[in-house]
Design a protein around this ligand. Structure first.
Ligand SMILES: NC(=O)c1ccc[n+]([C@@H]2O[C@H](COP(=O)([O-])OP(=O)(O)OC[C@H]3O[C@@H](n4cnc5c(N)ncnc54)[C@H](O)[C@@H]3O)[C@@H](O)[C@H]2O)c1
Length: 334
């Protein structure tokens, strides 16, 4: 039995947590990395239930996804309801991604909490990238980040926790002010020098490990030309098939994805107009040691992580447990 019943009348009430309250539970980067690692290991060992996202699409290139998951080893069961509106920032001054996370009680099924999912998404996504980077390319000395928004900022904070040999982080964004803001926010927190890339080409050619978190569009922008990418690099897109020339993923020695099922679903929706590259294995399998990661220094590896509900419910469950212990949030009658 867990302690939930001590702090909440299960079946009669639930906890509501705002974004600020979720943040105030005080999980730091290492905590999030450890929780996300547990979720990825459970996924890699097939100790989970997570149907591929179902969604609705009010406009072209916009999606809402229902993301249910169950991770028995963590007693974590629930569902994230998330939206991706790529044009929100310029049209409305609102984030591309917002959402809510519902956590349920494993023994009874009762709803235990509804919490803002924005912060959890902003944390678990770089955690997946960085855990994968640590497993696939631990000796990297330069990391490149394309997109300096919410995700880019957190990626730069997280990456130094697993790539311990880094001596430079290159960043690039079409908006100068986004790069400036990232440097202002992140540089005081980390010892590795952050430099503004002059061009996507310079960044690509300067780094062994790169990630992108820009926009997810149906047709690839192919900002990074295939000819700029060398063997031996590790590319970790968070924005599916948009930022990189699709030819790169096609010719990679390994194309690893967080969820093969999710990638096939996105392919069915039209996000891989050139076809889905052949999938080698899943990120969690590499993290769990079930599948091999990098096998030689020459391998070009693309590891595409589009986001998995197993990570959300594991982090969300931990946030809920701590919030209840701390007496945070508002209890609402069911
Ligand atoms: N894989 C996942 O689990 C996951 C989770 C959350 C968000 N995402 C995706 O990550 C991406 C970024 O999300 P965010 O919340 O950080 O968004 P954001 O709007 O805060 O930041 C995106 C940044 O990318 C920049 N950008 C856009 N086009 C660019 C280009 N061609 N070249 C360089 N920079 C460019 C923008 O100027 C902006 O600063 C989105 O596509 C989002 O859907 C993925």
């Amino acid at each position: 039995m867990d302690d939930t019943g001590k702090n909440l009348a299960v079946g009669e009430e639930m906890l509501y947590l705002t974004k600020q309250e979720v943040m105030d539970t005080g999980f730091d980067v290492e905590d999030i990395l450890n929780l996300t690692r547990d979720a990825l290991v459970a996924h890699g060992r097939k100790e989970y239930e997570m149907p591929a996202k179902i969604g609705v699409h009010p406009y072209k290139e916009v999606f809402f996804h229902a993301m249910p998951a169950y991770v028995p080893g963590k007693k974590a069961v629930g569902m994230k309801w998330i939206e991706c509106y790529p044009h929100n920032p310029e049209r409305y001054g609102l984030p591309q991604t917002t959402g809510l996370l519902v956590i349920n009680d494993e023994p009874t099924g009762c709803p235990l909490a509804i919490m803002d999912a924005t912060w959890i998404t902003a944390m678990r996504t770089p955690a997946v990238t960085v855990l994968a980077a640590g497993a696939l390319h631990p000796g990297a000395e330069a990391f490149g980040m394309f997109g300096c928004g919410i995700q880019g900022i957190e990626h730069c904070k997280f990456v130094v926790h697993r790539l311990k040999k880094l001596n430079k982080i290159y960043i690039y964004d079409i908006r100068e002010e986004a790069m400036d803001r990232l440097i202002k926010e992140v540089q005081p927190l980390i010892d590795v020098e952050i430099v503004k890339g002059k061009s996507p080409e310079e960044v690509t050619k300067s780094c062994q490990v790169l990630s992108s978190a820009t926009v997810i569009l149906l047709d690839p922008l192919a900002v990074v030309k295939d000819s700029w990418v060398s063997r031996g690099q590790t590319l970790l897109p968070c924005d599916l098939n948009t930022f990189w020339d699709p030819a790169t993923s096609k010719r990679a020695d390994k194309y690893i994805v967080d969820s093969a099922e999710e990638h096939m679903l996105f392919a069915d929706m039209g996000y891989f107009p050139d076809g889905l590259p052949r999938i080698t294995c899943e990120t969690g399998e590499v993290i769990a040691g079930v599948q091999k990661g990098r096998e030689s220094q020459e391998e070009l590896i693309v590891c595409s992580n589009i986001g998995m509900a197993v990570c959300d419910v594991v982090v969300g469950r931990a946030v809920l447990d701590r919030a209840l212990k701390m007496g945070m949030g508002r209890k609402l009658p069911l």
